[in-house]
Design a protein around this ligand. Structure first.
Ligand code: PEP
Ligand code: MG
Length: 560
């Protein structure tokens, strides 16, 4: 009988294959006493494993740089830094000599303890960094066991779906090159480095499956859906058939997008024009956005720049080159850079105050930017300098009060004056828009509209806050309803406010890609949408089937 397991879809796509357990043969590490005359040999074994791990990681890093871009190479840097750190060497060697234990045990106690401590904390960001330490620990221990072997035990040929308790980022890269077409793990989340790499490598992945590594046996048939976050073990014939059809549709969609990039507006059945743009997390996605026909970027989530640079903060120059690259890649279409939106469930970075009792109602989005000028000002300066590209626009997340917009404008002006005095070219009149994601901001959108050059409704958060439904919580997910009359009334407030003020309005939440939500947005009068690039073809086709007058009638009905 098939068994369905639900987790978090962290990299989209469908994988069908057999279970492969990359960590299955790892013997448990136990404290082994080492006689004094063998301690030198243990230290030497540790040091040679360390060197070898360094070589392997440097090679993986080079491949990442070459294949998926500069940004991703940095993900392995933390591990390389640890390997190069004399304090790490000293600590492991000290424990070997003082405790008279094996190198394997010493490494386990140095890295394993830290990793476990991080895994236990109530903080997604730190928990996921624990996986990076775990990744390094596994690599070193494999090399101690098998000094000449190349890291992870790898399958001979695919298609395999790797199943493990957790997978480190270097494992993901290694596996993706050896017949592994999907990743399924007990732990992990959307913001882990492994998830980001899986997306960039195009390997579907589901994390947070709790106990799949205990349940699955090597060679079991498995179907994995990285969009729905579902894994089916021992699938029935019909499940495999349905997944095969979905996988073919997915591949066909990718091929169609690559073959016929249509950078033209979509049209409804009765001829209304709908502008379609893409939501992206990395400048490298510019190509995908274009190939799926995006008329620009409606939302660039700049917090990912902070994530990939973590624990460092991005410099003004890094901000500038990132935004310039994206603006140039999509020109002449608009590129909307959203300023740092950390906080809430986006627990990425050390700049956040971990002591917050209720972070979802805490210091997030524009609040954090205003609270931490040391973090925000370099971003403003990078934006001002990149805005010499005329298609660049800037958008503030999580705004609830007009004072927030005024304060950003004041800082914006101050930095522009400074940059000019320093001899830089800047453009100060870049459109500054506001995201409407909080119910009160939607109801009072007319007040925010007086200060903003455009409005964009972030339905992902707006729905979460309007309905008091955590957007990442499986158990209450059934209440997350884009078509709830309360949600529709809020969106209507924003559409009307922008219309009265005569400023552009868009929707950049995933409601625009929801087959139930899309006609309602069009019926409410929304004419600009931004969704993840891979949804664009479906949205375009759905738009073509919608009659805007019929959609208006449907909205009247839904509002009631
Ligand atoms: C939203 O809230 O709808 C949105 C687009 O922003 P994010 O998903 O990044 O919170
Ligand atoms: Mg949001």
């Amino acid at each position: 009988m098939e068994r369905r397991l639900h987790g978090l879809g962290v990299a989209p796509g469908i994988a069908i294959g057999a279970v492969y357990l990359p960590h299955a043969e790892e013997a448990p590490v136990v404290p082994e006493a080492v006689p004094p005359e063998r301690l030198d040999a243990e230290v030497a074994a540790f040091r040679s494993a360390r060197l070898r791990a360094r070589e392997e990681l440097a090679a993986l890093r080079a491949r990442l740089l070459e294949e998926i871009g500069e940004r991703f190479g940095g993900i392995l840097d933390a591990q390389l830094l640890i390997l190069d750190d004399p304090a790490f060497d000293a600590e492991v060697v000290h424990r070997i000599r003082i405790g008279r234990v094996s190198a394997r045990w010493s490494i386990r106690s140095v890295l394993g303890d830290h990793a476990r401590r991080l895994s236990a904390v109530d903080d997604l960001y730190l928990r996921e960094r624990g996986l990076d330490l775990e990744d390094l620990r596994c690599r070193l221990q494999r090399l101690l066991r098998d000094p000449v072997g190349y890291g992870l035990r790898r399958p001979s040929d695919g298609p395999w779906v790797a199943v493990a308790h957790g997978l480190g980022p270097s494992d993901a890269v290694d596996l993706a090159r050896h017949g592994v077409v999907g990743l399924a793990t007990d732990v992990g989340g959307r913001t882990s480095h492994t998830a980001i790499l899986a997306q960039a490598l195009g390997v579907p992945a589901v994390a947070g499956l709790r106990d799949i590594s205990q349940v699955a046996r090597a060679g079991d048939a498995v179907v994995l859906d990285g969009e729905q976050g579902e894994v089916v073990l021992w699938p029935a014939e019909a499940t495999i058939e349905a997944a095969t059809a979905r996988r073919a549709a997915w591949a066909e969609r990718e091929a169609r997008a690559a073959a016929t990039p249509t950078v033209t507006p979509a049209r409804t059945a009765d001829g209304a024009t709908i502008v379609l743009r893409a939501n992206v997390e990395f400048p490298e996605e510019a190509g995908v956005a274009r190939s799926f026909g995006a008329q620009g970027i409606g939302l660039y989530r700049s917090e990912f720049l902070f994530l990939t640079r973590s624990p460092e903060l991005p410099t003004e120059e890094e901000h500038r080159t990132n935004y310039l690259a994206l603006a140039r890649a999509l020109a002449p279409h608009p590129v909307v850079v959203r300023t740092l939106d950390l906080g809430g469930e986006k627990y990425f970075h050390d700049v956040l105050d971990r002591a917050e009792g209720n972070p979802v109602l805490g210091l997030r989005g524009v609040r954090l930017c205003l609270h931490r000028p040391d973090v925000f000002r370099p971003q403003i300066r990078g934006l001002l300098r990149a805005a010499v590209e005329p298609n660049l626009r800037v958008m503030l997340p999580f705004v609830t009060a007009p004072e927030e917009i005024r304060e950003v404008r004041r800082m914006w002006h101050e930095e522009a004056t400074r940059l000019r005095a320093e001899g830089h070219a800047v453009r100060e009149d870049t459109p500054l828009g506001v995201m409407v994601e909080v119910p009160a901001a939607a109801i009072a959108a007319d007040i925010l509209a007086r200060e903003a050059d455009f409005l964009s409704v972030g339905t992902n958060d707006l729905i979460q806050y309007a309905l008091a439904v955590d957007r990442g919580n499986e158990t209450v997910n059934y209440l997350y309803r884009p078509d709830h009359p309360g949600v529709l009334r809020l969106v209507r407030c924003v559409v009307e406010a922008a219309g009265r003020r005569g400023i552009p309005l868009s929707v950049c939440g995933e409601m625009a890609a929801d087959p139930a939500g899309l006609p309602l947005l069009i019926g409410l009068g929304v004419r600009e949408l931004s969704v993840q690039p891979r949804s664009l073809l479906d949205v375009r086709e759905s738009v073509a089937r919608i009659d805007s007058v019929a959609a208006e009638r449907a909205v009247e009905h839904a509002l009631a």
